[in-house]
Design a protein. Structure first.
Length: 225
């Protein structure tokens, strides 16, 4: 999951980057609303954490602009403004959730998890692909009633593919998600994990398709192999 964090308080920003990285999210951070809009044009994000009081523009204007063409992208607003009117204005402009400063970092993390679950799993806690089932709450993958025993990397990889079933997940995102101590995984190492995982899931009517030059895509197959 790729998060865009737009926050000009450097202490808060660094704290958020830290806690979100630890949870396995990749974070791109900026303090500028204008730069955030440029990033949104250039890159794919899964969620935005947006401060309203930015040095160069009002966060609500960022929200208005991005809602014009990114209708479905979940947005969590951070603000020191805590009046009911501001909250209503944020929701009206298309924010999905709203957190008033000061807040607990753990609370923010929980809200982000919940928002991602809500937006990408169609409110379902369990995502099914073929005979595979991902429990998005505890990150476990099952087949029928049994837990599928995978390495930590294989499990993390299958989770991001299942969360984006039918969509191409790019190599960069996989590399960041499977990074060890902040070191992104090399292409050939990714291919090794993909190859192993593909074999493991084939009996369960699921396949990882390589989309040349773009990345990988998880799809259901008619029959287990
Ligand atoms: Ca601010």
């Amino acid at each position: 999951m790729n998060i865009l964090l737009v926050e000009d308080d450097s202490v808060l920003r660094d704290g958020l980057i830290n806690i979100l990285n630890t949870s396995g999210y990749h974070v791109t951070a900026t303090e500028s609303g204008a730069y955030a809009l440029r990033l949104l044009d250039a890159e794919d994000f899964d969620l935005i954490v947006l401060d309203l009081g930015l040095p160069d523009m009002d966060g609500l204007d960022v929200l208005r602009r991005l809602r014009k063409d990114k209708i479905a992208l979940p947005v969590l607003i951070l603000t020191a403004r805590d009046t009911v009117n501001d909250r209503i204005e944020g929701i009206n402009q298309g924010a999905d959730d709203y957190l008033t400063k000061p807040f607990d970092l753990g609370e923010l993390e929980a809200r982000i998890h919940a928002l991602i679950r809500r937006c990408y799993a169609g409110f379902n806690q369990i995502i099914k692909v073929g005979q595979l089932q991902l429990d998005t709450q505890n990150h476990q993958i099952f087949t029928q009633d049994k837990t599928l025993t995978l390495s930590i990397r294989e499990n993390a990889l299958l989770e991001i593919l299942m969360l984006q079933t039918g969509k191409v997940v790019c190599k960069e995102r996989i590399s960041q998600r499977l990074a060890v101590d902040g070191d992104a995984l090399a292409d050939n190492a990714i291919e090794v994990v993909i190859h192993r995982l593909r074999k493991r899931i084939q009996p369960y009517q699921a396949n990882i398709r390589t989309v040349r030059g773009l990345g990988y895509l998880l799809e259901e197959t008619e029959h287990g192999v």
